[in-house]
Design a protein around this ligand. Structure first.
Ligand SMILES: CC(C)(COP(=O)(O)OP(=O)(O)OC[C@H]1O[C@@H](n2cnc3c(N)ncnc32)[C@H](O)[C@@H]1OP(=O)(O)O)[C@@H](O)C(=O)NCCC(=O)NCCS
Length: 174
């Protein structure tokens, strides 16, 4: 019997995937691999503006490396590439709550506002469903209207008890 290369990979049916922005430009989304570490560090070194989303991504090579050390060892990380260049990173990180993962996404400045983030959020929800995650959770500053809207369009809803706090929480029940 020939075992396909993808056997045992729960995401084989979902990733890699292509997504299209509002201008119909195609980007590829695939799982992070350990040999992507250097390009991910470069992505966050060039990322601008730093610390805009609740202090993330951190500033400085050392802090970026430490942050990546802490997040890459857990959960599921998706890389977004346009014409072979890394333009985004989305992550699903397990939380203390069983079945609940935290979701975050960072697109490079030039890739924002064109519908790409929404599409990656929708795909990430599909990834979460495939991984049998029950719920995605995130916190976001309400002034980050673009992020809030892109999450809403992917199905996230506010947790009502947090709407008057400096960082609102949103959840997507899968
Ligand atoms: C957040 C992020 C992933 C969103 O992705 P994106 O590709 O920029 O967003 P999209 O273009 O898919 O969608 C943005 C939506 O917000 C809307 N929007 C933009 N600015 C807005 C504003 N000031 N008020 C209300 N809506 C706004 C857009 O019109 C669009 O909605 P529409 O498609 O219905 O017109 C991306 O902007 C990003 O990486 N930002 C920096 C990092 C960050 O903030 N991450 C979130 C951490 S919680």
């Amino acid at each position: 019997m020939t075992i396909p290369a993808s056997a045992g990979d729960p995401l084989a049916g979902v990733l890699p995937a292509t997504v299209r922005d509002k201008e119909n430009r195609v980007s590829a989304v695939r799982p992070y691999r350990p040999d992507d570490r250097e390009s991910l560090e470069r992505f966050y070194t060039c990322y601008s503006p730093k610390r805009e989303a609740q202090g993330l991504p951190p500033e400085g090579a050392h802090r970026i490396a430490r942050w990546l050390d802490s997040i890459l060892g857990q959960g599921t990380h998706l890389l977004v590439e346009h014409e072979g260049r890394l333009v985004g990173h989305a992550m699903l990180i397990p939380t203390d709550r069983p079945g609940v993962s935290e979701y975050a996404i960072f697109l490079e400045e030039g890739a924002r506002g064109q519908g790409l983030g929404t599409e990656v959020n929708i795909l990430s929800a599909e990834v979460a469903r495939t991984l049998r995650i029950d719920r995605l959770w995130l916190s976001v500053e309400p002034r980050n209207r673009r992020a809030v809207r892109s999450y809403e369009k992917a199905g996230f809803r506010f947790r009502p008890e947090t709407v008057f706090t400096p960082e609102v929480e949103m959840e997507l029940v899968l």
